[in-house]
Every structure is written in structure tokens, then in C-alpha cells.
Write a protein that binds this ligand. Structure first.
Ligand code: PLP
Length: 405
């Protein structure tokens, strides 16, 4: 058997320098546990960055993928397949949307949203100068050129200039800052209902409703990026339900396929008037394999009450983290919604604590520079949460003791 060290050396020889994976080679997973190349076990509270909604090796998801793979893998959008049709129908039944553009990732879903919004303003509203898109500082929308331009964090822009024109940045949870930028040239406003990569920051009550009113005032389309917060992660199927306000367009990905790559830009009939035949497309979008996986994920979430589970387990997790914060001054703030939880750490300690957690067999990662992100599979049990909290506290106290020594 090739050793972990040799495998990593080979990976590092060929991997894009833009990636810097941790020092593990993951071999397989079961439920909320990952096993590395040497057989060591880890409790997976990062879930492929909020992707593995049903955990690892979920028997129904495995069966759905296996059966679909044996039947039909791909035909492109030249033809319909039943899984694709059923998935679009289900997404519309569950949400505000009437139509769906299926693609393969979160960035692509946002890219589709921007193209749809701009084309809507030109073609449907008849306003060719209505091209500006307002996004939030500290947001994250993906890595394609338009999605990275929308991402309100300069560090992601560096070296890729010139960026896509007509993107403006306002302050999250500050309606005045958005009102100051919004006018008759605004095509759309995009916001994450809970900022993810920015450090797990939920929108303040009323913020989304305020954005809805602002968009209606200036004739802009409202886009919610629920790539990370959607698909039951925050305790409702979609995060916008929390505020009782619907967008015109929404981007989904991550948890939707439970680990199989899929994205979706979903929108109202009216917004979709912006597209006509040939306006936008993706070879793999709506591929029957990914669609079958997504249908299975949506079905299991509803049947097994995983929205309720996300709320209950998220409350236990946040309560436990707050207890730890009270005992160890290294954790400064705990926030989140459902199973999208952040523990903000003092100074630059978050990276060290993520490493200390790994040494205790707990996988988490960093969001927003100083916040430890907990986005476990939606199937976690109370016992999994208790185990994660024990490992986290051990990691924090070992790290604190080392620092003091
Ligand atoms: N939007 C949000 C809110 C995200 O969190 C991410 C990824 O982290 C993306 C978009 C980009 O998704 P992808 O990496 O699938 O392109």
C-alpha cells in the first residue's frame, strides 16, 4: 500500500497550486465519520463544506445513484430525462420558484442569476442601462469571474482584474448602505441570507424584508444566494423562509446533491422571461445522475424531518459552544442558525484550533478568517453533537494550555 506521505507528495507534485489540502488522504465515510488512508477516524463536522447533507454512504442515496448510473448517466439538455423533470418540479413545489435552470455548482448558479437579471432588465423591462448588481461586503458567491466579482472580499479579486463591470458593494445588515447605492440603474441585489464564508453571520430580522422593499422601489431583482444556507441547513428547507420574504431568483448547490455536483438557479416565471431559447445553457446541467441524487436528498430531508433535526441539533451545538466560550476565553462569540454555526476565536487562534480539533478527531474549518465553522451533515444525532463538543473543548483547552506554557 502506498503510504499517506507518498500519496500526498504525489498529489503536491500535480495539484493546482491554488489548493492546499490538509495532511489527510480520506479513504471512505460512514454516516458522520470519515476514515483516512491509515484507518484513523474523524467526526466530520465540515461535511465537504456544507455538502454531505445525508452524511457519508447513506444507503438510499447510494442506491439512487447506483440505479441511475446503471440506467442512464447523461444525455445533455437536448432531451428531457425523468429525474431532471421531477427535480425541477420538486424544487418549484418546495419554494417560491416557477422555473429552474440546472447547472453544476454554486458559482454557476450565481452566474446564471446575474445573466438572468441583466437580461431581464434589458429585454423585459426595456432598460439597457439597468446593469448594476449590488452585493454585500464579506459575501462569497464563487470563483467564476462574475461570481468572484460579486464576492465582496478584495482578497479574492487580487490578480484577476479587470473584474466584471458594474458590481457595487454595500454593508451586510445595513439597509441604509444599500439604499445609498440602489437606483434606477440597479439590475439586482444579491445577498446570502446567512453569510457563510464571511464568518457565519445571519441576516438581522427584517433585513431581507427591507431588501425586498428596496428592490421593489427601484425595479431591481432580488437574488438570494442559498448555495450554503439552503436545503434545510438552517432549519427550514430554504433560509429565506425564516424571514417570510421571497426573492425573485435564488442560487442553490452544495447540499442539494448530497455530494454529487449540482447547482440550480431557480426563479419566478416573470424573472425567467429574461431568458429565451439559447440565452444560457450547460452541457452537464440537470444530468440525470445528479438529478436522481438531488431528488433522493430532498425526499429523505422531508421524510426524516431533517429541517427539525437541523434546528434541534443546531441549538444543542450552539448551547454547548457557548458553555465552552464561557470557560475558555479563546472563543469570543457563537452564532448561527440551524446547523450553520460559527465559533469566533480570539486573534489568530482559529487556524491552530482547527488543527488541534483534527488531532482530537474532529474535522471543522475556518470561515471569515477567525471563525470556526460547524456545518455537519443534517443527519447528526445528539450523541454526535455531544462527541463533537467534547472533542472541541479538549482541543481548545490543550491549545490554551500549550499557549500558557
Ligand atoms: N455561494 C455561496 C454562499 C457559497 O458558500 C459558495 C461556496 O462556498 C458558492 C456560492 C460557490 O459555490 P461553488 O464552490 O459550488 O461554486
Amino acid at each position: 500500500m502506498t503510504s499517506t506521505t507518498d500519496l500526498i507528495a504525489l498529489g503536491n507534485e500535480h495539484n493546482s497550486p491554488s489548493y492546499a489540502p490538509g495532511p489527510l488522504v480520506i479513504d471512505r465515510g460512514e454516516r458522520v465519520t470519515l476514515f483516512d488512508h491509515d484507518g484513523a477516524e474523524y467526526l466530520d463536522f465540515v461535511a465537504g463544506i456544507a455538502v454531505n447533507a445525508l452524511g457519508h454512504g447513506h444507503p438510499e442515496l447510494v442506491k439512487a445513484i447506483q440505479e441511475q448510473a446503471a440506467k442512464l448517466l447523461h444525455v445533455s439538455n437536448m432531451f428531457y430525462t425523468e429525474p431532471q423533470i421531477r427535480l425541477m418540479d420538486e424544487l418549484c413545489r418546495l419554494s417560491f420558484a416557477d422555473r429552474v435552470f440546472l447547472c453544476n455548482s454554486g458559482a454557476e448558479a450565481n452566474e446564471a442569476a446575474f445573466k438572468l437579471a441583466r437580461r431581464f432588465q434589458k429585454v423585459v423591462a426595456g432598460k439597457p442601462n439597468k446593469t448594476k448588481i449590488i452585493s454585500m461586503k464579506n459575501s462569497f458567491h464563487g470563483r467564476t469571474l462574475a461570481a468572484v466579482t460579486a464576492t465582496g472580499q478584495p482578497k479574492y479579486h487580487k490578480g484577476f482584474e479587470p473584474l466584471v463591470p458594474d458590481f457595487l458593494y454595500a454593508t451586510f445588515n445595513d439597509l441604509d448602505s444599500i439604499a445609498a447605492l440602489a437606483d434606477e440603474t440597479t439590475a439586482a441585489i444579491i445577498v446570502e441570507p446567512v453569510q457563510g464564508e464571511g464568518g457565519i453571520v445571519p441576516s438581522a430580522p427584517g433585513f431581507l424584508a427591507g431588501l425586498r422593499a428596496l428592490c421593489d422601489d427601484v425595479g431591481a431583482l432580488l437574488i438570494f444566494d442559498e448555495v450554503q444556507a439552503g436545503i434545510a441547513r438552517t432549519g427550514t428547507m430554504f433560509a429565506y423562509e425564516y424571514d417570510g420574504v421571497a426573492p425573485d431568483i435564488m442560487a442553490l448547490a452544495k447540499g442539494l446533491g448530497g455530494g454529487v455536483p449540482i447547482g440550480a438557479c431557480i426563479a419566478t416565471d416573470h424573472a425567467f422571461e429574461g431568458f429565451e431559447r439559447g440565452s444560457h445553457a450547460s452541457t452537464f446541467g440537470g444530468n440525470p445522475l445528479a438529478s436522481a441524487a438531488a431528488l433522493c436528498v430532498l425526499e429523505v430531508i422531508q421524510r426524516d424531518g431533517l429541517c427539525q433535526n437541523a434546528t434541534a441539533r443546531g441549538e444543542e451545538l450552539m448551547a454547548g459552544l457557548r458553555d465552552i466560550a464561557a470557560k475558555h476565553d479563546v472563543v469570543e462569540d457563537v452564532r448561527g442558525r440551524g446547523l450553520m454555526v460559527g465559533a469566533q476565536c480570539a486573534g489568530t487562534s482559529a487556524g491552530d484550533i482547527v488543527t488541534a480539533c483534527r488531532d482530537e478527531g474532529l474535522l471543522v474549518n475556518i470561515a471569515g478568517g477567525n471563525t470556526i465553522r460547524f456545518v455537519p451533515p443534517l443527519i447528526v444525532t445528539e450523541a454526535d453533537v455531544t462527541s463533537a463538543l467534547t472533542r472541541f473543548e479538549t482541543a481548545v483547552s490543550k491549545w490554551s494550555n500549550q499557549r500558557a506554557a
